[in-house]
Design a protein around this ligand. Structure first.
Ligand code: SF4
Ligand code: SF3
Length: 552
């Protein structure tokens, strides 16, 4: 196996024997083959789309297969083999779609090679051998590290965007043009005769695609559940039977809340589900009682101590510990061998039964509350006040400190950075990296909280809307705002967001805790020159440099 798609990759270069995340070599190799199979779908679907023909079922298979290969989503070789069969079927349907579109247009269909002509081998071992033939290492040998690294930057960005597209689709929001852009980009990745410049341009285009997908998901989330509003959330458990829901999927939480209503079970959010408390359509459930635990990497200890059932709706699942094996469930694209999976009908009866069979919390824990729900709608409602506070010198600088959290050392940088920000600075945060500091008290500036939780990672869209509106209010460019981005990355959604920020021309991003293994020194040099992106150093040095730069 060879996988280097996430921040915790072995030795900072690549997992070769077993994934640090827990992914075994078989699953890793099947995922490589799945990406290859998806490219085959898109070779045909892209050409069909150019002739005006599309099939939403093919588009959805492409999205689901990509999402299944995101870090900490699918660890189950059986499920991955199922996705491979689905991909082969979708590819055959895409070929027929293309051929009939050619017929109608009076054109001769192209004969396509590579992924388009892949035939799934019979049996697991044979599939793994096929996967080995299309590994990243093979492409590195063919294309060289810079070009194959740039291909992977694009691919990983697409994987992140696919996750967001899947959430939007589940809520009934889809855009054919976005699916067409996925297919076009995946088809592009099958070309080996492309230059570094073309790859860089395509990487930024992928950032645009992700921006549009995040906007679609914002419309889906707010269209279904209303605009997030500032909401106090209890972060300590109360007495009673309990279910904790982790991941990112609002629809799963909604379905679970409906099914648990009146059943004497309290529901808690975990990790990236925390922002759900701010949506009117979800906070209306009285038995959505609070948030439990911290970011994903602490789940093995936290779930072990949770006296109820656990539902994982997306990444990031870790190998379940034995004591809670029987109480943890997956749904959607998440899978772990031996963990019970709830199918697309969202019948959560087994989860309810497990919660009722478990002890539940036997006593209330002393109250502690935090406030969430500062999406673009809520923050922009207070825009006049914020602008006035900046003009009056009450707010000196904004910091967006956020992104994915992770287990590797060095991430306390983000806690320290937040703690060191002067009292006349406001912190915007999003994604699971916020757990490094979201329970600290930062106070407020003239009624404006100094810590504004914008939401999930995909709510980077919201942060961008806020920044753009502030830039308009100050008649300047986003880069001229007193705003600095201090980002942490871990998996491929963060890659997608980073590409979006670069596509928008945002400069001076500080990225950590370490730089992606797939970004070679040459590519980093180009990005540093074009966008002044830089690795984090120490909180003291980075903060001083930013505030000095802002003052000069
Ligand atoms: Fe390693 Fe990350 Fe790949 Fe898992 S996802 S195998 S930790 S690089
Ligand atoms: Fe976290 Fe996995 Fe990425 Fe949505 S839950 S941000 S790491």
């Amino acid at each position: 196996m060879y996988c280097y798609q996430c921040e915790q990759t072995a030795q900072g270069t690549g997992c070769t024997k077993f994934g640090v995340c827990g992914k075994d070599p078989t699953s890793a190799t099947l995922q490589d083959l799945l990406v290859y199979a998806v490219e085959g779908i898109s070779q045909y679907a892209h050409r069909a789309a150019q002739l005006g023909a599309r099939d939403p079922a093919i588009d959805r298979t492409m999205i689901e297969c990509l999402f299944a290969t995101v870090t900490n989503v699918d660890f189950d070789p059986d499920r991955l083999q199922g996705h491979l069969r689905d991909a082969a079927d979708a590819r055959d349907r895409a070929r027929r779609l293309y051929e009939s579109a050619c017929d109608r247009a009076g054109q001769k269909p192209e004969t396509l090679h590579g992924p388009a002509s892949w035939q799934p081998a019979m049996g697991l071992d044979a599939l793994v051998r096929q996967g080995e033939e299309v590994s990243i290492l093979k492409r590195q040998t063919q294309l060289g590290p810079d070009r194959s690294g740039l291909q992977d930057l694009i691919l990983f960005g697409l994987k992140g965007a696919a996750a967001y597209a899947d959430h939007a689709y589940l809520l009934g929001y889809e855009e054919p043009a976005l699916y067409a852009a996925f297919h076009e980009t995946l088809d592009f990745l099958t070309h080996s005769d492309v230059s570094i410049d073309e790859l860089l341009a395509r990487a930024l285009e992928t950032g645009k695609l992700n921006f549009d997908v995040m906007a679609l998901l914002d419309r889906a989330n707010t269209g279904c559940y209303g605009q997030p509003e500032p909401t106090r959330v209890r972060v300590t458990p109360i007495r009673g039977k309990a279910i904790v829901v982790s991941g990112h999927d609002l629809k799963d939480l909604d379905a679970l809340l409906r099914q648990t209503e009146g059943r004497g079970i309290n529901v808690y959010t975990h990790g990236e589900m925390l922002p759900c408390h701010a949506y009117p359509g979800l906070k209306k459930y009285k038995h959505l009682v609070g948030n439990y635990g911290g970011a994903w990497q602490d789940q093995r200890t936290e779930f072990d101590a949770f006296p109820g059932a656990i539902l994982m709706t997306t990444n990031c699942i870790q190998r379940p510990k034995e004591p809670y094996q029987g109480r943890i469930f997956t749904t959607g694209l998440v899978a772990w061998p031996g963990v019970r999976h709830i199918g697309p009908n969202r019948d959560f009866t087994p989860v309810l039964e497990a919660a009722l069979a478990a002890e539940g919390f036997t006593a209330d824990t002393p109250e502690q509350w935090i406030t969430v729900g500062f999406g673009h709608h809520a923050v922009l409602a207070a825009a006049d006040k914020i602008v006035a506070a900046v003009k009056a010198g009450q707010i000196r600088h904004f910091f967006l400190i956020g992104g994915c959290d992770g287990a590797k050392s060095g991430r306390n940088y983000y806690t320290e950075f937040a703690q060191r920000t002067p009292h006349d600075c406001v912190i915007l945060t999003l994604a699971c990296g916020k757990y490094r500091f979201n329970k600290l008290d930062f106070g407020s500036i003239d009624g404006i909280p100094r810590l504004l939780d914008v939401g999930q990672c995909n709510d980077a869209y919201s942060a961008i809307r806020i920044a753009t509106a502030l830039a308009e209010a100050f008649h300047c460019d986003v880069n001229q705002l007193p705003l600095s981005l201090i980002l942490s990355w871990y998996e491929q959604k963060a890659v997608a967001i980073l590409l979006t920020l670069l596509y928008l021309g945002i400069r001076n991003i500080r990225l950590g805790p370490s730089l992606p293994a797939f970004v070679t020194p040459a590519v980093l040099g180009v990005l540093a020159q074009k966008f002044a992106i830089a690795p984090i150093t120490t909180p003291e040095a980075d903060l001083a440099a930013i505030l000095q730069g802002a003052a000069s």
